[in-house]
Every structure is written in C-alpha cells, then in structure tokens.
Design a protein around this ligand. Structure first.
Ligand SMILES: *Cc1c(COP(=O)(O)O)cnc(C)c1O
Length: 405
C-alpha cells in the first residue's frame, strides 16, 4: 500500500479521534520512513515513547526471544520478568526500601492506579479530594480527564466524577487555598508536557512536599511523559531533591511496547490487597522483557547523560534561531523535553518541518515540542536544528506575505 491507499483505508474504518499526518512503515534509531519512501528525522519519538530509538536491536531481540517463549499468563501466575522490572524501577526511583510497583498498560491506567491508591488511603477518614494542576494532562479515561486541568478534554462528557479540585501549577498558595478537610492528595507533573513543556520550579516541588507533610496529604507525580530519563534524570522529580509518595509511568518505559506502571514508596506500597485493583494484561512476560531491555539499552548507551548533553546542544541551537525569528518567544524544557514557544499557533510550522523531513508536534497551540530518542546523536541534533531553521525561514516568508496579526 502506498501513502494514499493507507490514508483512504484508515479514513473508512478507524474512528476519527486523531488527525494523523503521514503513514509510517519503517523506523531505525531516530529515523522513520513513509510508505512512499520519504525519510524523516523523528524528533517526536512517538510522543516521548521511543526512548532508545526505533527498533533498537537490544529491545527487538528481547521482544523476539520472549515472544517465542511466553507472551501472557495473567497475574494469577508468577512470571520472572515482572519482579525483575519492578526491582529495576524501585531501585532507580530512590523512594527507598519497601517500594513496590503495579503494572498496567497505559498512562491513563497508571494514573487511575494513583487515584485509587489515594482514595483508598483516605477512605476511612472520609478524605477523597485530589488536587490537580491547571494545564496538566493525566489521560482520557473519565477519572483522568477530570483530573486533567484542561476544559477541552472534558467538554461533552459531563457529568464528571466528583472529588477533583484544580489549583495553579507553580503556585503553592493556590494549592494551600484548595485544601479542605476532604483533601487526600496532590497530583502534579514535574514538567508539564501537554500543558506546554513547563518545568516546575524548585520552590514549588520542595514546598509542595513540605505542605503535603504538614497537612498529611499524599504527594503524587505523573511521570508518564517526563519520566524514564526524558529530562536527564530517571524521573522528573529527582533533580528537585524531593520524593513523592507514589508516581505513574508509561510512555517511554517499553520503547513503544505498551506498558504503564504505578511506583509506590513504603507508605503506599502495601495498601492494595487482592481484590482492590487489577489489570488482565498488566506486566506480561513480553511487556516486562521489552521494558527491561529498554532500561539496559539506556544504561549501555548512557542515555541520561546524553539527554542532558544533547538537550543543551539542541537548546543552544534553538536559542540562536529564537534571536533570528521574532515569532519565537522563548525556548524552555529540560533534557530532551524541549518546547519552542511561539507568539501564534504554530501548526503551519509543524507542517513545514515535516515537508522538509523533521517530525515534531505542536502542543497547546503555541508550542512546538521536541521529544527525540534519548540516544540521539550530535549530528542528528544539528541536522534537526538546521531543518527547523529552514522551516522557520519559510514560515517567516509566509507570515510576511499574508500578515494575520
Ligand atoms: C500521555 C500522558 C498521559 C496519558 O497516557 P496514555 O498512555 O495516553 O493514557 C498521562 N499523563 C501524562 C503526563 C501524559 O503525557
């Protein structure tokens, strides 16, 4: 099938929930190809999913071997890969002895796990309200879209579940004001992803930990986008020197093999008991093999260090473009989670980039977001910056030819 055939078949049979651009058929490292042979430098990485690059040989081999051995047995049986992965995550989390993990299949499901942990923890005291941040994103299930601080994901699905209260990100006073005698937890991202690649301030993360301790609330982090090395640390909260009581993972954990996880420190690790929570596909031998191999590849290739170094290189190159093009307001982010903040909606810029062979994604209308594989090379970063610069030049011309604002 060529590009046109794939698009036609998709439009006929697949629900219209996304606006896909091009059909992709093959990937290798930071590159992907469409059905007509067009090549692209993938600086979106399946939205922060392809941690060590497309079809990484070590991950592919692990998936292949495990697929030939045992794929799924359900959680009614032990499988050795699951505790090995749980141990790897617990040890890297820094949440301390007694940390345990629950496995699911997506970010929304992982966050549902966090929300249920919080509800159960506060249940006997009649506490159930969870404070979440404006502009956050936590998923598309009913509970997680309610936790999400963006009206656009909620519209049309009311009445929404109760027990969620919004406060302002990076504003401790706003959190304090939202606390009632029913509050049980505060949920935040360390770096807001969909909300616009916006890092929390150290004062916010450290103050939030203190406030949660003072008010006997759980501090919970959604690490679905900023976790798994994306910001140059294993988890986005770590550079702040704080430990949440529990956090969620998904996107980057299995290099594209679907998986979600709840990592809970000692306070919550033993709260769920048989009957409280479950997931048929959670932590299959195959998914865990993919995730273990992803972690091994990350360590073999020093991906955390590389994320910091390549992030600095890319940010520096983007800063130069920001000086040249007035529509770029600022560049922000952490590690290889980078946003170019424009002064107008930048979908046209995304399309221009793609036509020139670079994939990125706009978020929150005004922000061009880059989430390349964590083992991206300096040559690839320079090439991406070059293509982005060319796209900016062309967009500048278009804007000059047809002034809109
Ligand atoms: C993508 C994302 C989710 C939702 O993950 P899904 O796997 O799409 O359910 C939740 N939280 C954050 C921070 C995300 O970026």
């Amino acid at each position: 099938m060529n590009n046109t055939d794939i698009i036609a078949l998709h439009k006929q049979f697949v629900m219209n929930t996304y606006v896909p651009s091009i059909p992709l058929v093959r990937g290798k490292g930071a590159r992907v190809w469409d059905a007509d042979g067009g090549e692209y430098l993938d600086f979106l990485g399946g939205i922060a999913v392809v941690t060590v690059g497309h079809c990484h040989p070590h991950v592919t081999k692990a998936i292949r071997q495990q697929a030939a051995k045992l794929v799924h047995v359900s959680n009614l049986y032990y499988n050795e890969n699951q505790p090995r992965l749980a141990q790897a995550l617990a040890e890297r989390s820094g949440l301390g002895a007694g940390t345990k993990v629950f496995f699911g299949n997506s970010g929304a499901e992982a966050n549902e796990g966090l929300l249920k942990l919080a509800r159960l923890w506060g249940h006997d005291q009649g506490r159930y309200e969870i404070i979440t941040m404006r502009n956050s994103f936590h998923g598309r299930t009913l509970a997680t879209l309610t936790a999400t601080g963006q009206v656009k994901v909620q519209k049309g699905f009311e009445p929404l579940p109760t027990g969620f209260v919004l406060a302002d990100f990076n504003d401790l006073e706003s959190i304090r004001a939202a606390i009632t005698d029913k509050t049980v937890a505060v949920l935040t991202e360390a770096v807001q992803g969909e909300g616009g690649i916006l890092p929390a301030t150290p004062e916010f993360m450290q103050g939030l930990r203190q406030l949660c301790d003072e008010k006997k609330l759980l501090m919970m982090c959604d690490e679905v986008q900023c976790g798994m090395g994306r910001t140059g640390a294993w988890f986005g909260f770590q550079p702040y020197g704080v430990q949440p009581d529990a956090f969620s993972l998904a996107k980057g954990i299995g290099n594209g093999y679907p998986m979600g996880a709840v990592v809970a420190g000692p306070k919550l690790a033993d709260l769920f008991q048989p009957g409280h929570h479950a997931s048929t596909f959670g932590g299959t031998p195959l998914a865990c093999a993919a995730a273990l191999a992803t972690i091994e590849a990350m360590e073999n290739e020093k991906c955390l260090e590389n994320a910091v170094q390549m992030g600095e290189l890319f940010m520096g190159l983007l800063q130069k473009l920001a000086k040249k093009y007035k529509f770029i307001q600022t560049i922000r982010g952490k590690g290889l989670m980078i946003g170019v903040i424009c002064d107008r909606p930048c979908k046209d810029l995304e399309n221009l980039m793609r036509a020139k062979g670079l994939l990125g994604l706009t978020t929150n209308n005004l922000i061009m977001r880059f989430l390349p594989p964590l083992n991206v090379t300096a040559a690839q970063v320079r090439k991406a910056a070059r293509i982005f610069g060319q796209a900016c030049a062309e967009w500048q011309q278009q804007l000059a030819a047809a002034p809109q604002s």
